[in-house]
Design a binder for this molecule. Sequence first.
Ligand SMILES: NC(=O)c1ccc[n+]([C@@H]2O[C@H](COP(=O)([O-])OP(=O)(O)OC[C@H]3O[C@@H](n4cnc5c(N)ncnc54)[C@H](O)[C@@H]3O)[C@@H](O)[C@H]2O)c1
Length: 469
Amino acid sequence: MNRITVIGAGYVGLVTGTCFAELGNQVVCLDVDTTKIADLNRGVLPLYEPSLEELVRRNAGAGRLSFTTSYADALRDSEFIFIAVNTPAGPTGEADLRYVRQAAASIGKVLRHPATIITKSTVPIGTGDRVDHILARELADKVSFDVVANPEFLREGSAVADFLHPDRIVLGADRRAAAEHAAVLYRPLGCPILITDLRSAEMIKYASNAFLATKISFINEVALICERTGADVRVVADGMGLDQRIGRAFLDAGLGWGGSCFPKDVSALAHVAAVHGCHPQLLRTVIEINQDQRLRVIQKLIDLFGTLENRTLALLGLSFKPNTDDLRDAPAVSLAQLLEAEGAVVRAYDPVAMPGARHLLPQVHYQDDPYAAAETADATIVVTDWNEFKHLDLPRLHAAMKHPIIIDGRNIYDPDTMRALGFIYHGIGRGGTGEATPEARETTVPAASSNGEHRTAVLAATGQTTTAA
Ligand SMILES: NC(=O)c1ccc[n+]([C@@H]2O[C@H](COP(=O)([O-])OP(=O)(O)OC[C@H]3O[C@@H](n4cnc5c(N)ncnc54)[C@H](O)[C@@H]3O)[C@@H](O)[C@H]2O)c1
């Protein structure tokens, strides 16, 4: 049994602390957010993550997991201290390290015995050295310590499973023995453990996330070409993915990447590159393609309706991906804001993210189920590929909508099935699949003209253009 403190009880810190407790360690999770800690102490989780609640309850009940806001209490006997605080994007894309600095300074003020300080937060190359300096400055006595970089690769939505079954563990330190000491914690997982220097470990995290984001932006660019040339990007991705050098993962075209990691990490790496005199052209393009991907949906709707003024649009899904309530940089948030700016009425449904969304997007009309969200909608946009949306009663959805237009932002439906059901279907990168059945082709959409008068537009077979009747 090892004594572990985890600083920051967010998505990463809470999962890390809980899983280490599950592995039999004695863990204290610390956060400066008093509400979060008070909630955790009465068994209420501050976030949604599958199976986490049960693990927290079991390990807290067994006395292996506790929560506090006191650094003195949290560090009293701790041998391993993880820093898992947030590292958001600063104003020019750089990583804002203030919380990491604060955590390091707070550790330095109270630590009285030798310990290994492990940065789990995603931090720019060289941050481990800064943490080292802060600790050396703040530690009152000559307490010996090591700094180890241990980037985290878990994904929200499957964080517990990812933590307990990782592809690899990366531990970087200036003193190899320090990284090997920290490796003891991960041995029970039976996965490969890569020991590196401090800076390479920090870089591995950024390079991995940037590569994954690049794969998504790449397939989204291919999707656009598919759309214009009549190919289907899903088929293309399957064909590419069978090549073992490429692999099928992260080749799903859609509304682009979002969430709490990719956007800030790609920007932070581009920033690091720029300040070190590199010219990060590829990273900048990857970001630009991603931003365009959201705008393209708005453009598609404007092509259909002429103007979005007073159109009712339904968003299915709000979280940036399924199985999480995380709305940070979620495509749904920018879509809702863009649609509202165009004068549209936005209705929405998400299985878990609506409480958070109500604060962020107060104008949106939240509904209790997907059918209620689609009620009287001029178009429905699938934003998050929650499983529940893959199994909808599609005729019921069709009946609820004013116009049967589906923008399938995650390509979860089969275009032919959708057409047969009478939908006007637009996927991402599925060339020619907007084509409707003869009945749907007759669907008339009253579109507001630029001077505010209504005219009747007949959706062309592709659904891409509107022509005045
Ligand atoms: N969320 C993910 O999927 C994921 C995956 C891999 C890596 N990461 C990285 O892990 C880090 C944490 O991410 P997260 O999503 O868990 O963030 P989060 O915002 O969910 O949680 C961070 C927590 O740290 C607390 N905190 C801030 N300053 C503190 C301080 N000085 N002392 C104690 N607590 C403090 C905050 O109150 C918050 O509860 C980030 O660097 C992120 O890039 C995140």
